[in-house]
Write a protein that binds this ligand. Sequence first.
Ligand SMILES: Cc1cc2nc3c(=O)[nH]c(=O)nc-3n(C[C@H](O)[C@H](O)[C@H](O)COP(=O)(O)O)c2cc1C
Length: 263
Amino acid sequence: MLMSQFLQSRKTVRSYKTKAIRTEGMIEIRRILDEENEKMRAYGAELLFLEDGEDVVRLLEGKGGYSGVMIESPSYIALNIKEEKEEAYIYGAYYLEDLTTKLYDLNLGSCWVSLGGVPAELKRNIHVEPGSVEYLLAIGYPVAQLGIGEIPFSSRLGVEEIVRDKEGKGLTMDELAQRGLDDLFYYVRFAPSAYNNQPWRFVVEDGRVILLIQDYKDKVTLVDAGIMIYYFEKMLAGTGIVSKFTVHVEDKGADKMIGTIAI
Ligand SMILES: Cc1cc2nc3c(=O)[nH]c(=O)nc-3n(C[C@H](O)[C@H](O)[C@H](O)COP(=O)(O)O)c2cc1C
């Protein structure tokens, strides 16, 4: 499936059938995890497959998720931050989101689950050190089939609200079309973010785009940045430009610069 189509149709799934993931699916997930972990090693993050979701729910009920609303699913993937550094959050999210696109091909839905409010001692039951499990991805077969039925709608900011030029003026879809960047920015807005906060802001300069996180307060927005970097690179590749972000995290007043990408 085209990445633009995927972005527009993807939705966080919060209700899963109790049925376990099929054996072929399990095998495929383990294979994908090995691949992702190989790529993540350099960044100090890793993904762990928690096949028995009931164990996880027993442990985290009332504690994991937004305000302790745990998302129940037959299995989970854990994002273990092995080295407490910005890159571990950014690229941990990048590769975990890459996994979500592959799960979609296995007819599996997913939901990021925040573990910020869960005591460290409790999380150590999920995984012993080194590292700390900061997020889970709930995975399973959606109760309502993907793309069919009542799908809750999460709104998105307009392109003009998140993309600006060097002088700080918001760029319209027409102005972006003149640079061949309209589709790219239209679709990347559908990336998921914690609380749907959509903290990403872009500055379009000649030949490059800068990604910023607006009003930086929390590491969770580094995760949002990693997810955005993933979709941005994929969408750009779809236009024939193979380019990667150079991540260089730096405070810019209240904002945080995450990195730049040549376009
Ligand atoms: C880092 C991160 C953490 C999230 N944590 C939770 C969570 O704990 N509980 C939950 O229900 N959804 C969680 N979500 C899902 C977001 O709320 C969801 O992606 C956003 O509201 C947009 O909705 P959509 O994915 O359906 O477009 C999280 C998403 C991200 C990226």
